[in-house]
Design a protein around this ligand. Structure first.
Ligand SMILES: Cc1ncc(COP(=O)(O)O)c(C=O)c1O
Length: 406
């Protein structure tokens, strides 16, 4: 068996160094458990950044994709197969948007939404190029998606990006009216910002989006790559906010671990798209579309939404109680099974301390501990995660105190 050290040495020579990885190599999983090369067990509250939505090695999903792998994997979008229509039909029932375009990632889903928005206005005979996006928003790293992503650190080396793009603060909904004009093709906003620190869109901002779209005709793109598909206990978080997007980007949870994304499209926008306007060789092939159809069936017919609501309410209660015990936690934000603990300081010691105790949580925007467990997670595992965090916060606070007294 290869050791962690050997893998790290090989990667450092041959893999482009775009990721800062945690020092663990996983070889096996089961439900909310992961096992590393040395056989050490971890409780997983990250689920591959919200991707392993049914947990690891889900027997039904494993059987479906194994059967598909030994039957037919890929034929391209030159031909029909049964699973795109099935996944699209389920997505349509869940979202209220009648059509889906399948791609391979979240960024590609966003990319498709941006293109479809411009295509819509081109067809009206009054092209609009501009987008309005949100401060702290993250929509991916391809050129279009990066253009509506806020963080300068990601953007700066790749200028010029696609524009014009104006960024507006979630906390200043009154500024949206000035930013959105009759030149705006679309507003793009995550109903709950994920990478930006698990920040739910305030209701006043959602209302301002609806009003700006009504006044100017601008389309609304809900980027639900992280918050969508049951993560918050509803099919989509835009539903909780009472929004009616023209386009929705989804990814992550959709394939439950098999790469697939989708742009969900309203009839009004779909009518303006013609053959050849967009496409991708892999998008929605038999393997990924079958995985998506399986996941969506679990979501709609398998009682998963009810499970997320019940476990999510319990998790929230436990996290809020945790925050009361540890002054290092200044805010608990999220919904369903998407939570962030806003800390006073860098979250690294908490993430490292948790990992050493066999718990995986993730740091985002320096000072936020993020948790995106599998949608199938059991209450006992959430309890265990909070108990471990309790011990980690206590020990980090203890070391900070002894440093002060030393
Ligand atoms: C809201 C949102 N949109 C888009 C993306 C990009 O998705 P991907 O990394 O699959 O390209 C992400 C990834 O974190 C995301 O959180």
């Amino acid at each position: 068996m290869t050791t962690l050290g050997e893998i790290q040495a090989r990667e450092s020579r041959h893999v482009l160094q775009t990721y800062k990885r945690q020092p663990i190599a996983f070889v096996r999983g089961s439900g909310s458990r992961l096992f590393d090369v040395d056989g050490k067990e971890y409780l997983d509250m990250v689920s591959g950044i919200g991707v392993a939505s049914l947990g690891h090695a889900h027997p039904g999903l494993a059987a479906a994709i194994a059967e598909q792998a030994s039957t037919l994997l890929h034929t391209s979008n030159l031909y029909f197969h049964p699973f795109q229509a099935e996944a699209a039909m389920r997505l349509s029932h869940l979202s209220g948007l009648p059509r889906a375009f399948f791609c391979n990632s979240g960024a590609e889903a966003v990319e498709a939404c941006l293109k479809f928005a411009r295509r819509f206005w081109y067809t009206q005979g009054a092209p609009r190029a501009a987008f309005v996006a949100v401060s702290n928003g993250f929509s991916g790293r391809t050129f279009g998606a990066l253009s509506v992503t806020h963080d300068e650190h990601y953007r700066e080396p790749f200028q010029p990006l696609i524009g014009p793009v104006t960024f507006v603060d979630f906390d200043k909904p009154e500024t949206l009216a000035a930013a959105v004009t009759t030149k705006t093709a679309a507003i793009i906003a995550e109903p709950i910002q994920g990478e930006g620190g698990v920040r739910p869109m305030p209701q006043a901002f959602a209302d301002a989006i609806a009003e700006a779209c009504r006044k100017t005709g601008a389309l609304y793109i809900a980027d639900e790559v992280q918050s969508g598909l049951g993560r918050t206990g509803r099919a989509f978080h835009f539903q909780t906010l009472g929004l009616s997007p023209d386009l929705v980007s989804v990814g992550k949870a959709l394939g439950a671990g098999v790469p697939i994304g989708a742009a969900l499209v309203s009839e009004k926008v779909a009518e303006t798209i013609s053959a050849g306007d967009h496409g991708t060789t892999y998008g929605g092939n038999l393997l990924s579309a079958r995985a998506a159809a399986f996941f969506l069936a679990q979501l709609t017919d398998g009682g998963l939404l009810e499970h997320v609501r019940a476990t999510g309410t319990h998790f929230e209660r436990r996290l809020r109680a945790l925050a009361l015990r540890h002054p290092m936690i200044v805010e608990v934000r999220g919904a369903g099974l998407m939570w962030g603990l806003q800390l006073r300081a860098d979250a690294t010691p908490i993430v490292d301390g948790a990992r050493e105790r066999g718990l995986l949580v993730n740091r985002t925007v320096t000072s936020v501990v993020r948790m995106l467990p599998a949608l199938t997670v059991e209450t006992a595992d959430l309890d265990r995660a909070v108990d471990v965090l309790d011990a980690v916060f206590a020990s980090v606070a203890d070391s900070a105190r002894s440093e002060v007294h030393a």
